[in-house]
Design a protein around this ligand. Sequence first.
Ligand SMILES: [Cu+2]
Length: 453
Amino acid sequence: MRHLDSGGKKSRGEATLTVLQKLSSTFPFSKRLTLRVFAGVILLVAIAIIALSQLRDNSSVYYPPPPDAPGPELVFPNLSPTQARQIRKSVTTLTPVEKSAFVNAVNALQSTYPEGSQLSLYEQFVVQHILTMGFRQRLGATGPARGNPAHSYPAFLPWHRQFLLDFEQALQTVDASVTVPYWDWTDPEALNVMLQADFLGTSGQGTFVNVPEHGRFEGGEVKTSPFAAWQLNETLHFDAMTLESLGPHLLRFSTLPPFDRYPLPQSAIASLFKTDNYEVFNALLEGALVPDKTSDRADYVPGWALHAFAHSIIGGSQVDWTDWTQGIAHQTDILGTMDSIPCSPYDPIFWLHHANVDRLWAQWQDEGHSGDRFYPASDRPFGHNLSDPMWPWDGGLSSPGSYGPEDANLTALFIAPAPSKIVRAQDVLDFRQLGYTYAGLADAEAIGANSNP
Ligand SMILES: [Cu+2]
């Protein structure tokens, strides 16, 4: 299934030539002329086949192993504390003080402009996330990075782990006590807590959408929130399908289906924890692929689950539900900010959402999938192997091409991290080394108990 390396290309071409030469020597001249034309055609076909196989070998096509692929033998983490760890908590357990500290720190990042930047500190995270979509060669990307450095490939989890850590550290420059809370998608209370006017803001208002067989729903501009004063940069806030701007306001459509399918059932999370294979876990958690239930073959079909699904709970999307019984729902239209994946970090809920993605990975690691045995070491597209630097923490090795609305030139707006900051998947596998853990994990219980007076 994996489209990597294949051998014997040159010998195939040479063999064809030798056979043709032998054939031509056994025929008279007139026939030899026809044969030469024939030989020419065969040779061209052979060259085309070789060229195509080369192209395929050099492409960044990646398929995760089948959903039932086995994993290595289990390895459990060493939980003994090596340094101080901060605890990321469930959003439903935050105190009013913790909530306002988070909101204030987010607002501070949005109102601070690094020197020489047209974008705020907050928007630097948005543009970084957008530019991960710019690594197709036809867009003018340069360097060895192949595929999207942050999505659809093995580095989805480590890339977002570092991204979240960078964001959390930026928040901590404003208020050292702040950690990013997580949104447990199975917690019935969590959405209600998040979508409060004085915390992360309500759903949107003023735009009505007809959803066939479901009814008429309201969404649109988020008018009541601590972020209501934000003027979004319209070139950073666009519809990923049409590349047209979504305007200067944060948009949410959080009452539309799939909102009615909230909370996610525990069984959806449990099914994720059945695999011991990292690439299967990564693909299932990202949720753009789901196991094919229609066939006996262990394979995937494009889907809409877990991480991808929860993006739409906030952002809202128009969906073709025809194949829903198979777990497949095709998005036909993007409505709100969180549903347009490139610019989704513009909605502060993104961070709570991705803290949950990261928490689930952390929990899976703790359940016997700890260490570098549970990450592909080689043979994946560059940027997705254990010791490949991940853009943009790659010392300038690779650069994205121009992705985004026409004439936007987003690459010029992005301030790359210091060239000395190199981050590879292997650097972030042990989240405790990065200085944090999650409420609910074994060490958090102990730290929590110790920090209580
Ligand atoms: Cu992302």
